[in-house]
Write a protein that binds this ligand. Structure first.
Ligand SMILES: NC(=O)c1ccc[n+]([C@@H]2O[C@H](COP(=O)([O-])OP(=O)(O)OC[C@H]3O[C@@H](n4cnc5c(N)ncnc54)[C@H](O)[C@@H]3O)[C@@H](O)[C@H]2O)c1
Length: 255
């Protein structure tokens, strides 16, 4: 049974994942290379809880209980030593991820399940540096973790059914919906996103319409959500919310 979760990395994703786990009743240690990063991560967690309290989504007791379940550390061996699950959310660099998991493999009990939050690296290649490839998978959260309901759970050829079931069950306990897939480039959601992104570019490039109108179609016709629509358009280096005096000639022609 999972009781303790160690989150490696306290950045954009790490602090949000730590918050969700602590709010769901798990004992959490968030680890990072520097106290300053941990301090920033904890401040963001506290600010989110404060906002939820002000909006009466949670009570002061919920805030206190969540914070009482959260610890921070810059010492990997202490942070991960008795973790049932380790979720890695550090920089998107396969070498750094592999080095970290090599260390974790020495530190953690054989039973500990390892999960990487990588967006684009091969789970199989990261897992290969450990001696627990049967207990290694991808757990790909989306930003912000406290809000986004879906998590991709990525299994390799060596991931055991038992480890997969445990992580799927964990997703439900965290109030999330797991989307399971085999290890493959970009998994599910980012591949789907590429289709929207390519077509958004084509539609603009052919002069069909402005990015503002593409944003409206994505958000209000397909209901994919403003955040995702902005993500697609920002990846094309276009801000759909520019003021009209910033529109280029092509956009003015079609508006
Ligand atoms: N930002 C997103 O929208 C998003 C969404 C899904 C998945 N991801 C993935 O999540 C991972 C983290 O992304 P992020 O946006 O949170 O990055 P980030 O840069 O905000 O945070 C990374 C954190 O990891 C820490 N770190 C670096 N090396 C470390 C080490 N060896 N040990 C411990 N901590 C270390 C850094 O100090 C930093 O605080 C990446 O693999 C990324 O691809 C990001």
């Amino acid at each position: 049974m999972i009781k303790k979760i160690c989150i490696i990395g306290s950045g954009v994703m790490g602090h949000g994942i730590a918050l969700v786990c602590a709010q769901s009743g798990f004992m959490v240690t968030m680890e990072d290379v520097d106290e300053e990063f941990l301090h920033n991560g904890m401040n963001k967690i506290k600010a989110f809880l404060k906002g939820s309290l002000e909006r009466k989504k949670i009570t002061q007791i919920d805030v206190d209980n969540t914070l009482s379940r959260l610890k921070t550390s810059t010492d990997l061996s202490k942070a991960a030593a008795d973790a049932d699950v380790v979720i890695e959310a550090i920089v998107e660099d396969i070498k750094i991820k592999q080095t970290t998991f090599e260390q974790l493999d020495q530190i953690c009990p054989q039973s500990t399940i390892f999960a990487s939050n990588t967006s684009y690296q091969s789970i199989t290649e990261i897992a290969a540096v450990t001696k627990r490839q049967d207990r290694f998978l991808g757990m790909h959260w989306f930003n912000p973790p406290q809000i986004m309901r879906g998590i991709e759970v990525i299994r390799t050829e060596k991931t055991s059914q038992d480890a997969l079931n445990t992580i799927v069950d964990l997703c439900y306990k965290l109030g999330k919906e797991p989307a399971i897939c085999i290890d493959s480039p970009s998994f599910i959601a980012n591949r789907l996103l590429q289709v929207w992104r390519n077509q958004a570019f084509n539609i603009y490039d052919e002069g069909v319409t402005s990015f503002q109108n593409i944003d409206i179609a994505l958000t209000y016709i397909y209901g994919i959500g403003r955040t995702t629509s902005r993500k697609i358009l920002h990846q094309l280096n276009i801000d759909p919310h520019r003021k009209s005096d910033q529109l280029d000639e092509q956009e003015e022609n079609v508006l």
